[in-house]
Design a binder for this molecule. Sequence first.
Ligand SMILES: Nc1ncnc2c1ncn2[C@@H]1O[C@H](COP(=O)(O)OP(=O)(O)O)[C@@H](O)[C@H]1O
Ligand SMILES: [Mg+2]
Length: 263
Amino acid sequence: MSAAREDAPLRCEGLARSFGGLQAVAGVSLALPAGQVTALVGPNGAGKTTLFNLITGNLRADAGAAWVRGRPITGLKPWQVARLGVARSFQDLRLFTHMTVRDNVLAATERSAWFWQPGGAAGRKRRQAAAEAALEATGLAALAGARAIDLAYAERKFLSLARILAAEADIWLLDEPASGLDPASRTRFAELLRAATGRGVAICLIEHNLDVVAELSDRIAFLDQGRVIAEGDPRSILRDPALAAIYFGDRHEPATAAAETTA
Ligand SMILES: Nc1ncnc2c1ncn2[C@@H]1O[C@H](COP(=O)(O)OP(=O)(O)O)[C@@H](O)[C@H]1O
Ligand SMILES: [Mg+2]
């Protein structure tokens, strides 16, 4: 394994998970470098969300392991993984719909499952400042007092991002955060990601729109049937006709990419 892979803030080796007879994730090894967006691309059902769930402890792995900055996280609970600096968004957002926008963001800054928080009054001030900065950065400051349930679709997606920003994590796992955004929102989203990678955040982005992938990602890992079948720079992956055939649902093309790039 290369030194770069060893040094990555987050990496996994051989992660696997079956549901009954279905191998949803079939031995995935991946490293997320600091300061880069790694796009996780693949057809529906490829295992992308399940891979996130295995990393974050939302699902138990049948095999394999994952590390945050060299520390094993296999078997940890989701809140323990979050405390190590891994923030995650969900495809279905999972906001506290009847809480205000501000309280949704504040809740994401809490580092402990307990009512009391470490750091006392100074810690609380710091969390409040982080929440306000996240609201500002995502354009939600004016809506801070609204209930999450009353937000428009794009605003809810930005609220999910504001929660990640406020958590001050240096590893972000984003499950389709840009889907359904209008062009102006997409531009704002791109700026937020660039600002984060500029600070050294390691981002893994599940994204279906290949234009968004081309614009935002530094690397692509292409997942199919639970395996990473290609990994590399976006231009070469997006040009590969065999991968395009898999992605767009036409499997009659010869699968040359699989032979070339399996990790
Ligand atoms: N909790 C679950 N129980 C049973 N099957 C599941 C579960 N979660 C995911 N799957 C199945 O695992 C496969 C991968 O799903 P998923 O990781 O959601 O794919 P993706 O996010 O790439 O679209 C799919 O066939 C899906 O139906
Ligand atoms: Mg998914």
